[in-house]
Design a protein around this ligand. Sequence first.
Ligand code: DQA
Length: 148
Amino acid sequence: MRQVATVLVLNGPNLNRLGTREPDVYGHTSYDDLVALCERTGAELGLQVEVRQTNDESELVGWLHEATDLGSAVVLNPAAFTHYSYALRDACAMVSGPLIEVHISNPAAREEFRHTSVVAGVATGTIAGFGMDSYRLALQAVATLLAR
Ligand code: DQA
């Protein structure tokens, strides 16, 4: 029997504030609703999804080490760390499973400092600008990659 693949959905700083944080940019869906969306999508795709959020860079790095050790796939919204955290980039580079970078907004269409992602070069791919659907699309991409 085929084992159910585990996917860690990791979220960086301020994403726990979804729903009330800049709703014109990020919409009205709360973080809890996002967790439910990811779990529902995972169940539909036959993936074991675990969703986490932290405001702490070192905790996020630790979770990426965990994904590396377990061989788990990762869906990562690094939030503001996207734009400057080389520590996060180096941790992402060690992940052997698919690692999809996601963004709710389209950073390329926003302020200049958001145009750089230090993570993109070590991600399998990036999905950005589809609101909460970015996560659904990322989980679908993981399922497709794991089925190959
Ligand atoms: C974000 C985009 C980042 O620029 C920002 O710092 C975030 C959220 C997004 O999901 O659109 O916190 O990653």
